[in-house]
Ligand binder design. Structure first.
Ligand SMILES: NC(=O)c1ccc[n+]([C@@H]2O[C@H](COP(=O)([O-])OP(=O)(O)OC[C@H]3O[C@@H](n4cnc5c(N)ncnc54)[C@H](OP(=O)(O)O)[C@@H]3O)[C@@H](O)[C@H]2O)c1
Length: 315
């Protein structure tokens, strides 16, 4: 497994990380149980994956992750979790609520330190108030050793395809780590986020490298038809059926494997989350990423086909 440094926080992380949210929510969306989650986590560790991303709102994911990691030396993995800046009533959390959220995640994760603690899906409209009211709490928790690095994740598709929240974070440099939506159908992070993060030594975690549109052939075929109908893609640019099948050749075993490889290539990226709940897919994705970049001609074709899209596709 390749390891990279996650920005100025200095954490060393595997280039593939395991996400426990997304559509699968650590198997909770498909009737799996904590034993299945443990099998996945143990497979991940065996493959050299040591970055685990969870969140307070991913149902029981924090609890299942803690159970799956029981007995593993704490310095053998990196834990990433998040809190939502607004409560169930829609109101911005008070500073005391943020303190309580940190303590709750620490308890649920059965640890005394969370390596990466993030503001979850922060909207640009909330950015100033979160910096003013919540950031001091997060800094205090970092100073006290309860968290190691402070991060922010964008909401990406739908709400923030233009990376407005991350632009604010790059302007002020308050956050150590950014989680960005980046995939072959939405490459704008290459222009708007990644170079600035690298220059400021801010760590980058990639989410949604596959997500929904790239996870299934019918979904991708429907999206490509929509892009062609809307004039975003020439009608003969790629096949209507299995539109990205041409990525699968030689050592590239699936469209999804190619998608993870594409985003892992960028030098500003430290870890790429995969939200799979399948041990076999996880092994495939790890094998793909550690092969290194896609063949240049495939990567260049993806750029020329989709590089102009900026609407949060691949969500
Ligand atoms: N704002 C935020 O903070 C935020 C938002 C979204 C996500 N996240 C984090 O990012 C993580 C990753 O995002 P995501 O869950 O959308 O994951 P993703 O890795 O982009 O996509 C996961 C989907 O791809 C499929 N897949 C993965 N590998 C495959 C393979 N080799 N072959 C076929 N299908 C494959 C999975 O199905 P199978 O299970 O069948 O493999 C699943 O449906 C989340 O789990 C979460 O931790 C954070």
């Amino acid at each position: 497994m390749e390891h990279r440094t996650l920005g100025r926080a200095g954490l060393r992380v595997s280039v593939v990380g395991l996400g426990t949210g997304g559509a699968n929510v650590f198997g909770q969306a498909r009737g799996a149980g904590p034993d299945d989650a443990r099998t996945l986590v143990r497979t991940a560790l065996d493959l050299g994956v040591d970055y685990f991303d969870t969140a307070a709102v991913y149902r029981d994911s924090e609890l299942w992750l803690a159970a799956a990691l029981a007995g593993v030396p704490r310095n053998a993995y990196i834990l990433s979790s998040k809190y939502q800046p607004r409560g169930p009533d829609g109101a911005l959390l008070a500073p005391a609520d943020v303190e309580a959220a940190i303590e709750r995640s620490l308890r649920r994760l059965e640890t005394d330190v969370i390596d990466v603690y993030q503001v979850h899906a922060l909207k640009a409209d909330d950015y100033d108030r979160v910096v003013e009211r919540h950031l001091p709490v997060l800094v205090r928790a970092r100073d006290a050793g309860r968290i190691r690095a402070i991060g922010v994740t964008e909401s990406f598709a739908g709400d923030d395809p233009g990376h407005a929240t991350l632009a604010r974070a790059l302007d002020d440099g308050f956050f150590d780590i950014l989680m960005v939506g980046y995939n072959v159908l939405h490459q704008t992070a290459e222009r708007d986020v990644l170079p600035r993060a690298a220059a400021a030594d801010i760590g980058i975690v990639v989410m949604a490298a596959v997500r929904r549109a790239l996870a299934s052939r019918p979904a991708l075929e429907a999206l490509v038809a929509e892009l062609m109908a809307g004039g975003d893609l020439a009608p003969d640019a790629i096949p209507d059926t299995d539109p990205l099948g041409w990525l699968v050749h030689d050592e590239t075993t699936s469209v999804q494997a190619a998608c993870y490889r594409y985003v892992a290539e960028h030098p500003a990226v430290s870890t790429v989350l995969t939200g799979t709940f399948s041990p076999a897919h996880l092994a495939e994705n790890v094998a793909a990423v550690i092969q290194g970049p896609l063949p240049t001609k495939d990567r260049d074709r993806l750029r020329s086909l989709f590089g102009h899209l900026d609407r949060g596709l691949g969500r």
